[in-house]
Design a protein around this ligand. Structure first.
Ligand SMILES: N[C@@H](CCC(=O)N[C@@H](CS)C(=O)NCC(=O)O)C(=O)O
Length: 252
């Protein structure tokens, strides 16, 4: 049996395109760490629903009926019979599937620190990130994808993206970012670093690394702030991520 993996991702406009989405990085980081061969297929934002619907995937409804990451596994049986195609459409599901299919090196999903890290990202960091990171993303996307973001995000923001950024900054986004990163540093210190559980990366680390790359790829401002307030813990985490090959193959 052999399996060919294709990871569907949203490109930046740079050449080569870079992977920037924190959700995609949850999947990509696990593939990279395990050194699993895969290829990337880039899909611009307005094409996501068209392409995924054409592959026969069901709509999730709501404002985002189809999302990336999506992983296609084409599994060819050893007897040469018809390949079987499997689609996975959620970042955590993709990460767990890869961990099951490729057990070594293992990624821990079960330790409670993972849940703590994911909650910290969602409950504390996501809000300031929405102001100072997410609002910058259209600047690094192609014209078509940027136009899509400018059209769709104001539906939940309740205002144009530039006004939303201003509002979030007035509400204290930079100070809230600093507070959130401070809490992250505490969590990373708990087991002496560089990762949440010490020497080995777990799923919570890969999610945190995805948040770091999201900021880094969004433009210089938020990343400069995070590097300033992230201290030794964030620096060590990103260096260890590179060493363990989690952040390589950003464009692969
Ligand atoms: N729960 C999903 C959420 C993924 C998600 O929100 N993806 C965004 C990009 S970061 C997306 O594809 N949005 C499509 C759209 O806005 O139409 C996961 O983690 O896989």
């Amino acid at each position: 049996m052999s399996t060919k993996y294709t990871l569907f991702d949203i490109p930046t406009k740079s050449n080569p395109p870079m992977s920037w989405s924190p959700n995609v990085w949850k999947a990509r980081g696990v593939l990279n760490y395990k050194n699993v061969p895969y290829e990337t297929e880039w899909i611009e934002y307005p094409d996501i629903r068209v392409r995924l619907a054409a592959m026969g995937l069901p709509s999730k409804g709501g404002l985002m009926p189809y999302t990336l990451p999506m992983l296609r596994a084409t599994i060819t049986p050893a007897d040469g019979s018809e390949p079987q195609i499997k689609y996975l459409t959620d970042s955590a599901d993709i990460a767990k599937y890869i961990n099951d299919q490729h057990p070594e090196p293992a990624v821990d999903f079960d330790h409670e620190i993972n849940e703590e890290a994911l909650e910290l990202l969602v409950n504390t960091l996501r809000d300031p990130y929405c102001g100072v990171v997410l609002c910058e993303i259209p600047n690094v996307l192609s014209e078509r994808s940027a136009a899509y973001v400018h059209e769709t995000r104001p539906i939940w923001m309740g205002m144009p993206i530039a006004d939303f950024k201003k509002k979030k900054i007035e509400e204290g986004a930079w100070a809230n970012l600093e507070t959130g990163i401070g809490k992250l540093r505490e969590l990373l210190r708990r087991n002496e670093g560089p990762f949440l559980l010490g020497e080995k990366p777990s799923f919570g680390d890969i999610a945190i690394i995805g948040y770091m790359i999201w900021a880094r790829e969004s433009g210089p401002e938020a990343w400069a702030k995070i590097k300033e307030v992230g201290g030794k813990e964030v620096k060590d985490l990103m260096e260890a991520a590179e060493e363990k090959k989690i952040t390589t193959r950003a464009t692969y």
